[in-house]
Design a protein around this ligand. Structure first.
Ligand code: KMH
Ligand code: ZN
Length: 278
């Protein structure tokens, strides 16, 4: 079976971990940009970012968002995907981030328990965010944390708030969401509209097995310090690039060469104005 080249995404920071958890975690827009460059050079076409200010604190500040997008674009052509997720900020602040005009941004369709926290995605505001992304030409990546989220996503398609081709993540292994179980992945993949681009995001212990399974099934995969802080059991990842190298190694072992930025831009119909060509 011939699969398209896999889209490899590097999730550099995440909303939770700090340098105390792993000193290799980037902690400012400048460090994020350097980490993005190394991840891009290791084979990631998409760079998923939760904002950090100059002190390394999590933020939704629009100026930091603009500076971060600019800093990454200056050093590499990796496709910038800003997160509109995050557990500690009001939804209005999370929504505003898209005004920095990344090529892609995440759209989390449902509210849920997320570990010991509450992840709020109220339907009305979530739909406003989807509409704003269409206005700005930003490609949403829809984050599916459980089987029921699929129906909510398909309703957005029917309402014209999500445009095909869809870009979907199955987020596995979060406490409160779907477990890292291959049979559940197979079920969710079967429910997708034809032509959907899908990837697995799997956290902690589920990270390597579930992303490997996704690549073997013909899907795409994400890695990076947002998803796992370890390169091997007990061994901290020295960098995001090291995690990307490991995932690219898995893809190549399956005879799948990572997709280039140009290829991803074409497949996902990204706005040419928002992508720096390689
Ligand atoms: N934090 C991950 C489990 C987002 O940033 O909007 C899912 C994620 C979604 O990366
Ligand atoms: Zn994220």
């Amino acid at each position: 079976m011939a699969f398209p080249n896999p889209i490899i995404t590097a999730a550099l920071t995440g909303p939770v971990a700090t340098k105390a958890d792993n000193p290799g975690l980037p902690g400012s827009p400048a460090e994020v940009a350097q980490s993005a460059k190394a991840a891009y050079e290791a084979g990631a076409a998409v760079i998923h970012i939760h904002l950090r200010d100059d002190q390394g604190n999590m933020t939704t500040d629009l100026d930091v968002a603009r500076r971060t997008v600019e800093a990454v674009r200056e050093v590499c052509p990796g496709i910038v995907q800003l997160s509109t997720g995050g557990l500690d900020f009001p939804y209005e602040d999370r929504m505003r981030i898209v005004e920095a005009k990344p090529a892609m941004a995440t759209l989390n369709p449902c509210t849920m328990t997320f570990g010991s926290a509450e992840f709020r995605n109220p339907p009305k505001q979530m739909q406003q965010l989807a509409a704003r992304m269409i206005e700005l030409g930003i490609k949403p990546e829809v984050e599916i944390y459980d089987t029921g989220h699929l129906g909510v996503m398909l309703d957005l398609v029917k309402k014209g708030l999500l445009l095909e081709p869809l870009q979907v993540s199955f987020v596995m292994g979060v406490r409160g969401g779907v477990a890292g179980d291959p049979t559940l992945l197979a079920y969710m993949v079967r429910e997708l509209p034809p032509g959907t681009s899908w990837q697995v995001i799997a956290v902690a212990k589920a990270n390597l097995p579930m992303t490997t399974i996704a690549l073997a099934m013909g899907g795409n995969a994400r890695t990076g310090m947002e998803d796992t802080l370890l390169l091997e059991p007990g061994k901290p990842a020295p960098s995001n690039a090291a995690l990307v190298e490991r995932l690219v190694g898995v893809a190549r072992a399956l005879h799948r060469e990572p997709a280039s930025v140009d290829e991803v831009s074409e497949r996902l119909h990204l706005s040419p104005d928002l992508v720096k060509r390689g």
